[in-house]
Design a protein around this ligand. Structure first.
Ligand SMILES: Nc1ncnc2c1ncn2[C@@H]1O[C@H](COP(=O)(O)OP(=O)(O)O)[C@@H](O)[C@H]1O
Ligand SMILES: [Mg+2]
Length: 258
């Protein structure tokens, strides 16, 4: 059965999408079968995996229980090469995801629909990663309900750490469980080595709050990721020899061993 991991934080720009895409790719390179689901209306993760519009998207499977979710799954294309171990379910840009959210409000079992659809395919994957947006919505609830665990990328800033706290509280409310019953990993992300004060603050916060749940891997601030984003590809494809290309390889091994 797949480990279903929601990548989340109530703050934007903390590397949710970068983490989803790069971690998904590196897990697939470890020989794991990976499915990435793009739940964000900006469709950023989708852009990493294809340059063409696909016929179906996640909404088809959420609105109609009889819709075969397999039809929404596509092979990721990286440098125009289809990946065997890395698949994705696209999001849609514009207002499509907002409309989907509104359409779902009045539907029965509206919060469980992703979970119920994923049960049909979970035996085909080792990992299902869900990239989410910062907001609250019916779609967000679906991601929380479907996930068996969580990754929270965070900067060493008050707002990003607050974003983790708020989301953790939300997960407890939605799943009706306590924090120590949630499987999660906090990943320090976009950390600039020169910002000593932020590092002292962030490390202190994580040590006092989530010492057991903080990743050993730090995603340092590096321009390689911005370059890779321009190319719509994982960082280790853009520059395999670069030190930053190893960050998500390390994180993938850490996640896979957890
Ligand atoms: N390690 C990094 N260092 C510096 N910038 C990064 C790094 N990784 C990603 N970025 C850039 O930071 C921006 C926000 O990242 P993104 O993953 O889109 O955040 P989110 O999905 O949380 O909104 C993007 O433009 C991305 O290219
Ligand atoms: Mg994003």
């Amino acid at each position: 059965m797949a480990r279903i991991i929601m990548i989340g934080n109530r703050k934007g720009g903390v590397l949710k999408t970068t983490t989803t895409v790069n971690l998904g790719y590196e897990l697939s390179k470890l020989g794991k079968k990976v499915l990435v689901i793009d739940f964000d209306s900006q469709a950023d993760a989708t852009k990493f995996f294809t340059s063409t519009d696909k016929e179906f998207y996640i909404g088809n499977a959420l609105l109609d229980r009889k819709f075969d979710i397999e039809k929404t799954i596509y092979k990721a294309e990286i440098k125009d090469t289809e990946q065997d171990n890395l698949h994705f379910i696209p999001s849609r840009g514009g207002d499509v995801m907002t409309k989907l959210d509104i359409d779902m409000i009045s539907l029965p079992r509206r919060e469980e629909r992703l979970k119920l659809q994923l049960e049909k395919i979970a035996n085909k994957y080792d990992y299902i990663l869900i990239d989410t947006n910062p907001g609250t919505s019916v779609l967000g609830l679906n991601a929380v309900m479907a996930a068996t665990e969580y990754i929270f990328p965070t900067e060493y800033k008050e707002h990003s750490l607050d974003g983790v706290e708020t989301l953790l509280e939300h997960i407890q409310d939605v799943k009706f469980i306590e924090e120590d019953e949630i499987k999660f990993l906090v990943v320090p992300s976009k950390i600039a080595k020169s910002e000593k004060r932020a590092i002292a603050y962030g490390e202190g916060y994580l040590k006092s709050r989530w010492v057991e749940n903080t990743s050993k891997t730090t995603i340092w601030a590096r321009s390689l990721f911005t370059e890779a984003e321009f190319e719509h590809e994982p960082a280790s494809i853009t520059n395999p020899g670069h030190v930053a290309a190893s960050f998500y390889k390390k994180l993938a091994m850490e996640v896979d061993n957890a």
